[in-house]
Design a protein around this ligand. Structure first.
Ligand code: ZN
Length: 416
């Protein structure tokens, strides 16, 4: 896609007014098709490449140099994080990604975080989420597992520029972003703002769509203004989750699904899970759980794994919550789903997703980490660099972000 095409698409997406966190009625599905990708010319060959050198994938890094760095000469993006090999090896557009720690053979996500003076998140909160991504069950071409989350606090917003209620949220957000975020970073970075409130409410934060490249964390109206470390950490990862394609039900917007073990599920946003005995681990779903019927709850059997997830995988996960209460047991067995202090052998019905029915059947859940979308709805990735992007990459540019509803509010926390 040319820069012009991309600019036009970005403009049309903006005009659609896609503001959001979680709900379902937004624009979804492919927008109208854009012209086929032009086979352009690489602006500049990589250091070490001669004009005559073969560049099979046309990404500006000739095959000889790809061999030196161990990148794939047949892929413009060896590690699949939507940052091109060229940009990760040599920088692009004035942004020196390698100096910032980019690795062309391991997935990277870059986030610039700015904050209001009294809304600065703790380093402990950031470290929790960096660790969660480092522990991600995602494999890389360099043989490692995990994702490197480059999550750094950049600037404090000047007091005069603090807008205590972002309203309309993205209009006011853009005023701040225009001043504090370098436009050259846009193809590579998500932008996160630690603000106070938006739209006059107490929602914990909002993502600019699913997927998207912008999000805000707004814990100003919570009982501890600005949030506790756990609330900050969980909200960062939850809103970032929307940025990288996750919904409240994983693949759909159905919240509180008991068999969806992810902090995208409100039940877990500010608590996380207990994993192998460690409490408050913030994680997207790393297991697949079979369909579950709340009309026939069997506490002894708990949840059933879907391959390749095993019973042993489920058994590591504790700290489960049912209707706002943490319950004993683990996801594999002896799970006290009605929190009455004992494991019942007889089956029973309970409204676990708070929808007024005790007969909901929840579909099998997804493995979130393998479903992430790294391209920020087409905005992340230096699309102008390569000359022969695969069509599947271009297609992701045609999917408009989805409109979403406000995320978890303070009320639900106060009620706890
Ligand atoms: Zn949400």
């Amino acid at each position: 896609m040319s820069k012009l095409q991309k600019t036009l698409l970005t403009a049309s997406v903006t005009l659609l007014g896609l503001n959001g966190c979680g709900g379902g009625e937004g624009v979804e599905g492919p927008a109208e098709a854009l012209p086929a990708v032009a086979q352009g010319v690489v602006a500049q060959a990589a250091p070490g490449c001669l004009a005559s050198d073969v560049d099979t994938d046309g990404d500006g890094v000739c095959d000889v140099v790809e061999a030196q760095y161990g990148t794939n000469p047949q892929s413009t993006d060896t590690d699949g994080d939507r940052l091109s090999d060229y940009a990760e090896l040599f920088g692009s557009g004035g942004v020196n990604l390698p100096a910032l720690g980019a690795n062309a053979r391991r997935k990277d996500i870059f986030i610039e975080a700015d904050y209001y003076a009294n809304r600065k998140p703790t380093q402990g909160a950031l470290n929790r989420i960096i660790a969660s991504f480092a522990n991600a069950p995602v494999s890389n071409p360099d043989g490692s597992t995990g994702i490197t989350l480059h999550l750094t606090l950049d600037q404090q917003i000047a007091t005069a520029d603090e807008d205590l209620d972002l309203n309309p949220v993205w209009t006011d957000f853009d005023t701040i972003k225009a001043k504090y975020f370098a436009a050259a970073r846009a193809p590579f970075f998500h932008y996160m703002l630690f603000a106070n409130k938006y739209s006059g409410g107490t929602s914990s934060g909002i993502s600019r769509g699913i997927p998207a490249h912008d999000f805000v964390v707004t814990l100003g109206g919570w009982p501890t203004p600005g949030g506790t470390e756990l609330q900050q950490a969980g909200t960062i990862m939850h809103e970032l989750g929307h940025n990288i394609g996750l919904r409240h039900g994983g693949t759909d917007n159905a919240n509180y699904k008991p068999n969806y073990l992810s902090i995208m599920n409100y039940e877990y946003q500010v608590y996380g899970f207990t994993v192998s005995g460690t409490a408050n681990v913030f994680d997207y779903s790393r297991v697949r759980v079979a369909s579950f019927n709340e009309a026939a709850i069997n506490e002894v059997a708990a949840f059933t794994p879907v391959a390749p997830t095993t019973e042993a995988d489920l058994a590591k996960i504790g700290g489960l919550r049912m209707v706002n209460v943490q319950v004993a047991g683990n996801a594999s067995a002896n799970l006290d789903m009605n929190a009455n202090g004992s494991i019942q052998t007889a089956t029973y019905a309970r409204d676990l997703n708070r929808d007024g029915s005790t007969a909901t059947v929840f579909p099998a859940s997804q493995h979130d980490w393998l479903a992430l979308v790294f391209d920020g709805a087409g905005t992340i990735g230096d699309s102008a660099l390569g000359t022969s992007r695969a069509l599947d990459r271009e297609q992701t540019f045609l999917v408009a972000p989805e409109k979403v509803e406000p995320c978890l509010t303070a009320d639900s926390v106060v009620a706890r």
